[in-house]
Design a protein. Structure first.
Length: 377
């Protein structure tokens, strides 16, 4: 991977092929982008802005700040960036709208008890609204088969208890602490019918459930930007920040491979792994931290068939640059992949025969057909 795709060109492809339709319709994809250091803030800001404009939830995770090889830490990192009470409020408003209640004047991002707001807009008692919506909450949230049972129990409580106590505290705070990993004990959440810990064995199911819940609340989907550069650092720089051993790196790559293999279970999600050149080290030696140490991930993200002149911006693995698609003088940039192979011989007046396997043979056949059509046999 010696050629790079301009960042703006790649983002346009992400917009057109994924955010505008595929992910919004419930699809999911995992993308790997080798990104120069100076382009990382630009990538993050651009993705976050697109999510705001298109109604997506955006979350940024950094392997320096969390244990990227532990799935529960990935879930907790995602959960800390989700407004769980806000999503519950949105879900209740959607259920109320289906019941023909007037909710147009209620701010989905507002505060306070949503049942009070619905009751006020419809001249009803809050208790009456809750009583009428509770069967819908049970049928559409607690019995939602695509989400883990304990996650469903947590979301059911958040939907039914959207307001604060008179003293300003929130009755469901233990649930929020359990979701975000602030308190991983089960004893505080057992009264809410939660009996499963978020750990290495269960975290992936909670991630999948959270992605479903974001869409149930009415958002278009979820975009997660995971910066895993730190995982690819082979030598411990002893800078006081997190360091990943070879075994930890393998665990991280296995987690990414599981996301790829289970992509059909990630509802409405785009996972972008922003990585560095170290990720492309396909040596399997002890000093390596590239994808070469975990062949199962390497074979899933490498492009086995590549055009010699053009790069595919829709590929699973791309290299990005901040170069514009046009030069400053307005001249069109040469196609990625560079010029022809210098060792390739060309004969004046005859079609060239580029190498490159099947793709090269197709190009050669097309050139030959054009030459014979012009010059005859």
């Amino acid at each position: 991977m010696t050629d790079a795709i301009p960042l703006d060109e790649w983002l346009r492809r992400i917009d057109d092929d994924y955010l505008s339709g595929f992910v919004r319709d419930g699809g999911a994809a995992v993308k790997f982008a080798v990104t120069p250091d100076e382009a990382r803030p630009v990538l993050r800001d651009a993705l976050e802005q697109r999510c705001r404009e298109s109604g997506y939830l955006f979350a940024a995770l950094d392997a320096t700040e969390l244990r990227a090889h532990m799935p529960q830490d990935v879930f907790f990192g995602l959960a800390r960036q989700i407004d769980w009470r806000g999503l519950a409020r949105r879900r209740v408003l959607r259920l109320a709208a289906e019941r023909r209640y007037r909710v147009d004047t209620i701010d989905p991002a507002g505060g306070g008890d949503v049942f009070d707001a619905i009751a006020g807009a419809n001249d009803l008692e809050p208790r009456t609204v809750l009583m009428r919506l509770r069967p819908d909450i049970e049928a559409r949230v607690f019995k939602h088969a695509a989400m883990a049972r304990d996650f469903r129990a947590a979301m059911t409580f958040l939907c039914e208890q959207t307001g604060d106590r008179p003293d300003g505290s929130y009755e469901g705070q233990p649930v929020l602490d359990w979701l975000t990993g602030e308190d991983t004990r089960l004893s505080p959440v057992r009264p809410f019918l939660i009996h499963t810990a978020v750990n290495r064995a269960t975290a992936r199911y909670f991630i999948e459930s959270a992605l479903h819940w974001v869409r149930e609340a009415g958002l278009a989907g979820t975009v997660v930007l995971l910066d895993n550069r730190r995982v690819t650092v082979a030598r411990n720089p002893r800078d006081g920040r997190r360091y990943y051993t070879r075994a930890m790196t393998v665990d991280h790559y296995e987690l990414l491979r599981e996301f790829i293999d289970g992509v059909d279970r990630l509802a409405g999600a785009l996972l972008v792994v922003a990585t560095g050149d170290g990720f492309l080290d396909d040596e399997a030696g002890r000093g390596s931290r590239g994808f070469g140490i975990y062949e199962a991930l390497k074979t899933r993200v490498m492009n086995d068939v590549r055009d010699r002149r053009l790069l595919n911006p829709a590929a699973a693995l791309v290299r990005l640059s901040q170069d514009d698609a046009r030069r400053d003088d307005g001249e069109e940039r040469e196609p990625a992949g560079g010029a022809e192979d210098p060792g390739e011989e060309r004969r004046a007046g005859s079609p060239s025969a580029p190498s490159g396997g099947l793709a090269g043979a197709v190009v050669a056949a097309r050139r030959a057909a054009r030459w014979f059509a012009t010059n005859g046999s």
